[in-house]
Design a protein around this ligand. Structure first.
Ligand SMILES: Cc1ncc(COP(=O)(O)O)c(C=O)c1O
Length: 474
């Protein structure tokens, strides 16, 4: 059992990259190197004033100012990665720029080979598929539960993974997404036990679950439940800057960290932003600090408050964890009777100045973040009460487009072979009956509508209203 007091108590909060950046800022040198804006002087003054002179003064990359290097990790960057590994309970942690996307690419590129089978949930993020296209491994789809009344994918069932492992003796890894974007949690422990039984590594894309490690009221992190590798988008909910993520290798994994590192080295920029790396270091240190702990407790209590207000409403409903699966309390998916998710989102935005995380066909996703105040949630609850008691109408044009792809794919050709086949672009209507040549996966949620080699049918059209043309195989 996690114990927050233990986490925060007497850990000396130390953030080596942040400290090295402070030292560099306090001891400026005459700069004859990149970045060419030279501490912010060579850029538009409007931009400089907007982001602040100080921010531009510390915008540097990893060869300078004794800040260490990212690939391979040295100096303060290495130390910061080690502190992150300790904080998350990992054997090794890599800092990622270009988000969890690059983590997924590196896992596929470093650990899978052409023709190998990888069990993947169909609602995975498109970066996993891009990774598989690069490596040439083939997805073996597992379809999670569907929650049609919410228009959402649910949890991955352990017995489905076991069936696929039983039917295929050449699976190289199991790769699941946990939680879903909307916070539905799978039984990772049961899945990890099955993977161990079949001696197949388990990778968990936990992009949306990086806070779990820091509070016992949140679900248990997959690193503690037997996953070999876990990817976290710290920038999504952990408080670091956009694009910054982490990849952790678990303490008892047999997976080669060197293989992952080599792939990361090839994929990463060679000019990593120290500001982004510093923000990862800061976010880990903050989550371990008393203030970070208080903010996380507040985020949970704000979420509970909003949920209790929604329970009082007649026409607004929330996805709860009482249907046989768990959810992350801080991700609040709601729907309103008679309104599509897009319409509800637009009412909140236009009438009340509120921006939510995302909207899909049936509802909207609200995140209770560590940076939100209780008053934010009081205002949101007030607005939702107003919507609940007013007669808002849906608007037809918003209904034309479907957003959450939940179709069962009809696969006619291998992913990588199809991606590299000869293609042509045709008007959308003429694409029916042809094989897709492109990855169609809009963000959010970045879940595939169509992948190369899959048959395009009438069922896809509602998801493609913004497309005039589609790339198909010749
Ligand atoms: C489940 C999941 N994995 C990976 C990613 C990619 O994360 P990033 O935006 O950090 O590259 C996302 C992005 O939304 C995601 O939802």
């Amino acid at each position: 059992m996690k114990n927050e007091t233990q986490i925060s108590k007497k850990i000396n909060i130390h953030a080596p990259i942040v400290e090295a950046l402070k030292t560099a800022y306090d001891n400026p040198t005459y700069q004859f190197h990149i970045p060419g804006h030279t501490k912010g002087l060579g850029t538009l003054s409007d931009f400089r004033n907007l982001v602040g002179k100080k921010a531009l003064k510390i915008d540097t990359t990893d060869e300078f100012d004794n800040l260490g290097t990212l690939n391979p990790a040295t100096g303060p960057i290495k130390e910061a990665q080690e502190l992150a590994a300790q904080a998350f309970g990992a054997k090794k942690t890599f800092f990622l720029l270009n988000g969890s996307t690059i983590g997924n690419l590196a896992i596929a590129m470093g650990l899978t080979k052409k023709g190998q089978k990888v069990i993947v949930n169909r609602n995975c993020h498109r970066s996993i598929l891009t990774g598989l296209i690069i490596s040439g491994a083939e997805p073996l789809w597992v379809l999670p539960e569907k929650f049609p009344q919410w228009g959402l994918w649910g949890n991955v069932k352990a017995q489905d993974i076991e069936r696929l492992l039983d039917e295929n003796d050449d699976v190289s890894m199991v790769w699941i997404t946990n939680p879903t974007y909307e916070g539905v949690v799978s039984d990772v422990k049961a899945i990890a036990d099955i993977c161990r039984k079949y001696d197949v590594p388990l990778i968990v894309d936990e992009a949306h679950g990086c806070l779990w490690n820091f509070n016992s009221k949140l679900p248990e992190s997959s690193l503690k439940l037997g996953a070999d590798i876990v990817v976290h988008s710290l920038h999504k909910t952990g408080g670091s800057m956009s694009q910054s993520s982490m990849l952790h290798i678990s303490k008892d994994s047999k997976i080669s960290a060197d293989d992952v590192e080599r792939a990361l080295m090839l994929l990463h920029t060679t000019s990593p932003s120290l500001m982004l790396l510093g923000s990862l270091d800061a976010s880990r240190a903050h989550l371990q600090s008393d203030k970070g702990q208080r903010q996380l407790n507040r985020a949970i209590s704000n979420a509970k408050y909003l949920r209790s207000e929604i329970d009082k409403m007649e026409h607004i409903h929330q996805l709860k964890s009482d249907f046989g699966y768990k959810t992350d309390v801080t991700k609040i998916f709601i729907k309103a009777d008679g309104l599509s998710g897009k319409r509800l989102e637009s009412i909140l935005e236009i009438d009340f100045g509120i921006e939510v995380e995302s909207a899909s066909d049936e509802g909207i996703l609200i995140l209770s973040n560590i940076g939100n105040k209780r008053s934010d949630f009081e205002y949101l609850a007030q607005c939702l009460h107003k919507i609940d008691t007013h007669d808002y109408k849906d608007i037809y044009y918003m209904e034309n487009k479907r957003h959450m792809p939940m179709l069962t794919p009809i696969i006619k050709m291998r992913l990588r072979d199809a991606y590299f086949s000869e293609k042509e672009i045709v008007p959308k209507e003429q694409a029916i009956g042809r094989l897709s040549g492109e990855v169609v996966a809009e963000c959010p949620p970045g879940i595939s509508i169509l992948l190369p080699g899959e048959l395009i049918t009438e069922e896809h059209l509602p998801y493609l209203t913004d497309y005039q043309t589609i790339e198909v195989l010749k």
